[in-house]
Design a protein around this ligand. Structure first.
Ligand code: TNX
Length: 536
């Protein structure tokens, strides 16, 4: 009897503990530590927003703007905190991690403490705690949150080469990233179908390479009117600066990608002399998708001259530590028969075209390093020997990440074996999915992955900088469809990037926290796919 009483008590205690443990606030990604308290804090017209430093004031002002435009509440921003205050405080930051924050909500104030980025993330958490009903009185649960990210690199990519997206949308995209505490926007700016960044020393890159003839596309049936008129567009350097500054204010770093030596047809259409052989070209920007044999000639000095000129203009536009130089899917067909490439192989004692690819990447790396920046490349940059300081973005499974990290290189996980190809279908039922490239990456697949490959030796795990999802846009011809593709999977991405894996909880994520976010998105002009939370 005693035994069963003890059992009942311990079960009861366990259930109680379980309940407490499972009680979560509506925050995505799930914070590391949350203590929920009794009672609420009521924000009203007399509530003030306070700050410590000028940097803190920027975040305080962002919060003020948010309340004004979403809840029709115009609060004043003041220098010192008193009662009934939302207080952004760098003075009280405890962690050395610039992205960490604490959010303490008591009966008469909410204090967010952290350094600049941390304050911004604390604000995002606070925003998520505001009610779905924007006309209701604003009461938030008293609680105490201590939070910091698991990974330093939390990225989302957008391919603007296959389809072009206007600056206004790129900004909205950055807002989506930032609201889920992602901190890196990988801007895939060049591809076979379009060159999208103005390069003043080589204007034809955009004048010619920015447009393709729209006869598409045997394998592409909807989402655009493909009627032979030219399709394309590009960003001026002023627009690039505008986007980079916009992102910076949201603590998002923009990493530009300039593809080489493959995926280069748009560039070659503008400067055909950079193709292989004596009489290269003519070329046109690609009108179908895929991988094309015509790539930058690795034997001609002019190729490196143009790419160095491009890098010279790209570097001052992007404060990012990294420039991404692609490196993926470069067929060696043309290099095999090109006299210039063969001469280069011979002169440099290279074994074959794979080592020529490595020569290409290493040479560009050296140039970029000499300008004080580092390179990222897709995992094919491992081919023929990895450039000495390169960071590898692993997309063909995680073997590239494992090999690179075990060689002491930094890596970023983007493979679809982790559900990170957001151009893939979101559900298995073909009839419910819009046209897509195929593949399958469900919300639950993204959520269940842990972007830390177990085969990386313990002492090399520090080389896993983080995780990113890729949005290739062959079959995504409109901004609305980008949103539909990204949401809600970006919520799962944010949680695997930010939250410690043992804290993840699919049921709580899908049924409560993500659902709450979607209810909020309903009120904005943003598209998302309704997730089937069970079974996928
Ligand atoms: C592979 S991922 C590519 C892209 C395509 C994508 C389609 C990578 C480095 N290269 O060029 O758009 O597959 O899913």
């Amino acid at each position: 009897k005693l035994f069963s009483l003890a059992l009942a008590l311990s079960v009861g205690a366990a259930v109680f503990a379980q309940e407490k443990k499972d009680a979560t606030l509506n925050i995505v990604p799930l914070p590391q530590q949350v203590q929920i308290k009794n009672g609420t804090f009521k924000i009203n017209a007399n509530t003030k927003i306070a700050f410590d430093s000028e940097e803190d004031k920027k975040v305080a002002t962002l919060f003020q703007d948010f309340l004004k435009s979403n809840y029709n509440l115009n609060l004043s921003v003041v220098k010192s905190a008193s009662s009934n205050t939302i207080y952004f405080s760098s003075k009280n930051a405890k962690s050395t991690n610039a992205e960490a924050y604490e959010l303490n909500i008591s009966s008469d104030r909410a204090t967010i403490s952290g350094k600049a980025a941390g304050l911004f993330y604390g604000m995002q958490s606070l925003i998520q705690l505001l009610p779905v009903d924007k006309k209701a009185s604003i009461e938030i649960q008293q609680a105490s949150i201590q939070d910091e990210p698991r990974f330093a690199y939390r990225g989302l990519h957008l391919d603007v080469g296959r389809h072009f997206f206007p600056v206004e949308f790129v900004k909205k995209y950055i807002d989506i990233l930032a609201s889920y505490k992602l901190n890196t926007f990988h801007w895939h700016l060049t591809d076979d179908q379009g060159w999208r960044i103005e390069i003043k020393s080589h204007p034809k890159l955009t004048q010619i390479g920015g447009y393709r003839k729209q006869t598409l596309l045997g394998n592409y049936k909807t989402d655009g009117d493909y009627d032979n008129t030219p399709y394309g567009g590009f960003y001026t350097q002023d627009q690039i600066k505008e986007v980079v500054a916009y992102a910076k204010a949201k603590y998002v770093t923009v990493i530009p990608e300039i593809e080489m030596p493959g995926h280069a047809l748009a560039a070659l259409s503008a400067y055909p002399e950079l193709g292989c052989g004596d009489k290269p070209g003519p070329y046109t920007a690609a009108q179908t998708w895929g991988v094309f044999d015509d790539v930058f000639c690795a034997g001609k000095e002019e190729t490196f001259k143009l790419l160095e000129d491009v890098i010279d203009e790209v570097i001052p536009l992007f404060p990012s530590e990294y420039i991404h130089i692609g490196g993926d899917e470069c067929p060696k067909t043309k290099w095999k028969t090109c006299p210039f490439c063969q001469k280069r192989i011979k002169d440099n004692n290279l074994k074959d075209e794979h080592e020529l690819q490595s020569y290409f990447i290493q040479r560009m790396e050296k140039y970029i390093n000499s300008k004080g920046k580092r390179i990222i490349g897709w995992d094919e940059i491992l081919e023929g020997g990895l450039a000495p300081n390169a960071t590898v973005m692993s997309w063909r499974g995680d073997q590239g990440a494992i090999d690179a990290a075990n060689q002491g290189h930094d890596v970023i996980i983007t493979a679809n074996s982790y559900g990170l190809y957001f151009d893939h279908k979101q559900g298995p039922d073909q009839n419910r999915e819009p046209l897509s490239i195929g593949g399958l990456s469900t919300l639950s697949k993204v959520y269940s992955s842990d972007p830390m490959p177990s085969k990386i030796a313990e002492n090399n795990k520090k080389h896993v900088l983080g995780v990113q999802a890729n949005i290739w846009t062959e079959y995504i011809g409109s901004s609305n469809k980008v949103e539909f593709t990204v949401l809600p999977r970006v919520l799962a991405l944010s949680e695997i990037a930010w939250t410690q894996p043992e804290k993840k909880n699919w049921k709580n994520f899908s049924e409560q926290r993500a659902a709450n976010q979607l209810a909020k998105l309903d009120q904005t002009n943003t598209f998302y796919r309704v997730p089937e939370v069970y079974g996928i």
